[in-house]
Design a protein around this ligand. Structure first.
Ligand code: ADP
Ligand code: ASP
Ligand code: MG
Length: 412
């Protein structure tokens, strides 16, 4: 029988009523003749609560124990979903990551999927089971311990299962009815897209649009998974939501496809480091070994052989970054006057494949921000995106102003 993957995010399984509603959607697909693999997230808010407990217990936590704790939310919803389906007379069984077993790397808290054996679940399908409910977000590492795939990782579980089982489609059910030109919570002018190119979705996701985890888009692109985002709260047709697809499958497109933001940024500045070969390498090797994900980097003008080095990283990695820099200084590998941490910044980005062939997008973006009186602290660009770091209090204003200026509320 053809296989369909259906993923339900936190708000879609937030309580027993919602789980029942999601299970009914699954029942509809089973009735159409699909064998269904359901991937569930934890109930909304649950993972945040678990992360909070870990951080309160141990600020520089051991990532193995972090994974042991934060993976647990999905175990509950997987079992409840299987039970709900059974109550509806749909033959269903739940799997935790290690039972599949979904094998990952040992990078605890941000592990990557290495392998998903299909025999175990396929044997059950062959016996007449119609729905395999799999706990998203979690797997088992080479050392036999539980791993997690990074926040939002259930999306990646879903796409990886779709690839492994050759599913006809991977449907991501969430609390919005598709991918929008920007987060619809920031402006009601945000427009739903019927289709979006993999590369644009990849950039939007990596720049903060959390509707899909970045890695899930990467996997869908690599394994040609038909990926759709749709609402678990609305009646569905086969064409509902947004299809993430190849660039060639989109007839009309605009220079800028969307605006993304990330609140969780911090700007770190090392004051007065020596300006000589090898210093950048020392700094960023130490940060990377400490597990700090550095994003933007700027080196300031040098004076008398000293310079300031600025970089951005996720706000919850500031303590790790500080510790890594202190250790490098204490070991004599690095000398600096001070490390400043600015936690009141946000990143706003515009994304579009059209930027490859159109000039002037950066100039327009900077003009719009300056008209609003918003100061730009750091800039980075790539072929299809421009990102700026600004004061967090201007983040929503910046997103709205850019959305207006690039006329994203209007179709191409
Ligand atoms: P789930 O729990 O279902 O995984 P998430 O909260 O992870 O849901 O992702 C859905 C949310 O992503 C939406 O509620 C919306 O606020 C946010 N979002 C950010 N950018 C976008 C965008 N461009 N299009 C749609 N949703 C977006
Ligand atoms: N529950 C996990 C999280 O909140 C995984 C997910 O929802 O995709 O990050
Ligand atoms: Mg999510």
């Amino acid at each position: 029988m053809p296989v369909l993957v259906m993923k339900f995010g936190g708000t879609s399984v937030a309580n027993l009523d919602r789980i029942r509603r999601a299970a009914k959607r699954v029942g509809v697909e089973v009735a159409k003749g699909y064998d269904v693999i359901v991937i569930v997230s934890a109930m909304s808010g649950k993972t945040n609560e678990l992360v909070g407990w870990v951080e309160e217990t141990s600020p520089l936590f051991d990532a193995r124990e972090y994974d042991a704790v934060v993976s647990s939310g999905e175990n509950v919803t997987a079992g409840l979903m299987a039970l709900t389906l059974q109550e509806m007379d749909v033959p269903a069984r739940s799997w935790q990551g290690w039972q599949v077993p979904l094998r990952t790397t040992d990078a605890h808290a941000s592990a990557r999927i290495k392998e998903i054996p299909t025999d175990n679940i396929n044997a059950k399908f062959a016996e007449g089971m119609r729905v395999a409910v799999v706990a998203g977000f979690q797997g088992i590492g080479p050392d036999g311990r539980i791993t997690t795939l990074g926040r939002g990782g259930s999306d990646t579980t879903a796409v990886a299962f779709a690839a492994a089982f050759g599913a006809e489609r991977c449907d991501i059910y969430t609390d919005v009815d598709g991918v929008y030109t920007t987060d619809p919570r920031i402006t009601d002018k945000a427009r739903k897209l019927d289709k979006i190119a993999f590369e644009e979705m990849l950039e939007l996701a990596s720049l903060g649009a959390k509707v899909l985890q970045t890695r899930s888009v990467e996997l869908a692109m690599r394994y040609n998974v038909r990926l759709r985002v749709l609402s678990s709260f609305e009646e569905q047709s086969d064409t509902a939501g947004t299809l993430v697809c190849d660039e060639e499958d989109i007839m009309e497109s605009k220079v800028v496809a969307g605006v993304a933001y990330s609140r969780d940024e911090a700007k770190m500045t090392l004051l007065s480091v020596a300006d000589r070969p090898g210093i950048a390498s020392t700094i960023f090797t130490a940060l990377s070994e400490a597990g700090v994900n550095v994003d933007m980097i700027v080196q300031n003008i040098s004076e008398e052989g000293r310079t300031d080095m600025t970089f951005s990283c996720p706000i919850n990695q500031v303590a790790r970054a500080e510790q890594a820099m202190d250790e490098a200084r204490n070991a004599g590998a690095l000398n600096f006057a001070e490390l400043l941490a600015d936690k009141d910044v946000a990143k706003v980005s515009v994304v579009g494949i059209g930027m490859r062939s159109h000039t002037g997008v950066a100039a327009k973006m900077f003009r719009v921000l300056s008209t609003e009186g918003i100061n730009i602290k750091v800039i980075t660009t790539s072929e299809i995106k421009i990102s700026v770091l600004i004061d967090r209090k201007y983040m929503e204003l910046a997103v709205q102003a850019l959305h207006d200026a690039f006329e994203l509320d209007k179709a191409a």
